[in-house]
Design a protein around this ligand. Structure first.
Ligand SMILES: N[C@@H](CCC(=O)N[C@@H](CS)C(=O)NCC(=O)O)C(=O)O
Length: 202
């Protein structure tokens, strides 16, 4: 049965859309609008009233990273979901790390820049968010030293998940010059045809 991905392309659903393109699996995109997320019908899909959500037959899943790790485990080949327990744990590590260390400050800046009327913007909150980014980015820059991807030479779900979060650094024009390895890795990930194809979805 075709899996269903819920959520507009301009939301965290973009992550799930990227992975279905990357894996080449058939899917149905239900671009439920943000205004409809608390409707009873959608709450049956995700009781949080948030996107993305995924339905695979009778199985329902929410949380973007969990959806992607599930799809990678189910459909990944050629090392996209690595086979060793240790490497799988590293995929979890980078996925959770991106969510806890990077997502909030990036989103704070993105929302302030693009979704907040000028008179409601909060420069102090943005400055605070900017200050939170260099430390984890230095860690990531170190982890990428001498390698193309997080686990070595193969693009894995760890790269996809983390790059999907860091893709928000592009519209905010974050200055990556102190983090050249991150800059090169992010460009490498975001130049993948599947990333571009996913953005063409509704
Ligand atoms: N941790 C969740 C966050 C989900 C989330 O907050 N999604 C936003 C859209 S990007 C949403 O649905 N917002 C609607 C709301 O909070 O009411 C995930 O990664 O899936």
């Amino acid at each position: 049965m075709t899996i269903k991905i819920y959520g507009p392309t301009a939301s965290r659903a973009a992550r799930a859309l990227w992975i279905v393109h990357e894996l080449g699996i058939p899917y149905e995109h239900i671009a439920v609008e943000m205004k409809d997320l608390k409707n009873p019908d959608y709450l049956k899909v995700n009781p949080n009233g948030k996107v993305p959500a995924m339905v695979d037959g009778d199985f329902k899943l929410f949380e973007s990273m969990a959806i992607n790790l599930y799809l990678a485990a189910k459909h990944g080949k050629d090392g996209f979901m690595p086979s060793s327990l240790e490497d799988q744990a590293l995929c979890n590590q980078w996925s959770y790390w991106g969510m806890t260390e990077l997502e909030k400050p990036l989103l704070t800046i993105l929302i302030d820049m693009f979704m907040t009327p000028p008179d409601k913007r909060k420069p102090e909150a943005v400055a605070e968010a900017q200050k939170m980014l260099p430390k984890p980015l230095a860690v990531l820059n170190g982890a990428l030293e001498g390698r193309d991807y997080l686990l070595g030479s193969t693009f894995t779900v760890a790269d996809l998940n983390l790059a999907s979060i860091l893709s928000w650094a592009k519209p905010i024009k974050f200055d990556f010059s102190p983090f050249p390895n991150v800059n090169a890795w992010l460009d490498r990930c975001l130049s993948r045809p599947a990333f571009k194809a996913a953005r063409g979805s509704k």
